[in-house]
Design a protein around this ligand. Sequence first.
Ligand code: PEP
Ligand code: MN
Length: 356
Amino acid sequence: MELDLQPLNLPGISNKRPLVIAGPCSAESEEQLLETAKQLAAIGVKIFRAGIWKPRTKPGGFEGVGEPGLKWMMEVKQQTGMLTATEVATPKHVEQALAAGIDILWIGARTAANPFAVQDIADALKGVDVPVLYKNPVNPDLELWIGGMERINAAGIKRMAAIHRGFTAYEKVIYRNLPMWHIPIELRRRIPNLPIICDPSHMGGRRELIAPISQQAMDLGFDGLIIESHCEPENAWSDAKQQVTPDVLSFILDKLVIRDTGETTESLRALRKQIDELDDKVIEILSKRMRVSREIARYKKEHSMTIVQPNRYDEIISKRSAQGILCGMSGDFMKTVFEAIHEESVRQQVELINKE
Ligand code: PEP
Ligand code: MN
């Protein structure tokens, strides 16, 4: 199913990607919100985020200030002229946020993983024209991500964007949430007119990772960034480790290199042509390899041999990995490629042995 979309039409920072949304993880007090907002407005941010209702992994944590915080958001809007955005997880949140005058809603990663909750929110959005940003579900399931956006879109919401915030990792080695960039890239291929915004704060989980992840998102052609920024990050009531001051945010945004995704030049076309020709050759060689492999199957059949001979398989994988490394590729990549080739080869041999 296609999404029926209209342009988001949200203001960005000039000469930067069209979209930068910034603000604290949570609204804590009117002072914290206004202080942060004024500093962000001063560096050119035009969309202010703050969580009013916070979904927490465990009970007992700070679950957000709730409805009173909506008034502070309106104060931010009035004093700075910024648009305001907050997370909604229930129809009641939707109703209260819209009644207060919040400009943009987002659906969080935990809610995005639950079709019942998403449908309830979609029902509450019927007949409303408000931009909705849809975070990826915590689990790496592109169909679930798209399905959720379809529910919101079917309710009549046409100004939408996806937010890529990474996927839950059991062991948090580098990232708090694994980027798995191939998933948003596939999303872009499936729904080309859907803007994708990266959330380097929740992906990295540490402030040092905000700059490199943001750069990577820009290099991959993402349309914007949503970054957590707090006037006193160390004292934040939630996600303290991943927030930066507006000052640091300004530095990060200034350092970002925005590459031109626009027109395709002659030299790029020529390089792509080379890639196409090489891919043709790869396919031709693979098909030749499969033909030889079927010959081998005939031989194995005549001599009553088993199809998979573990020694030979181990030899192929380790030799090819070593060769690949010598040619500047990673051993893991070579292993993945040759395991896949071997799998297809075995499939063809089994098919032949059972048929002929
Ligand atoms: C947030 O944006 O503060 C948040 C709770 O994010 P996520 O839903 O991505 O965990
Ligand atoms: Mn947060």
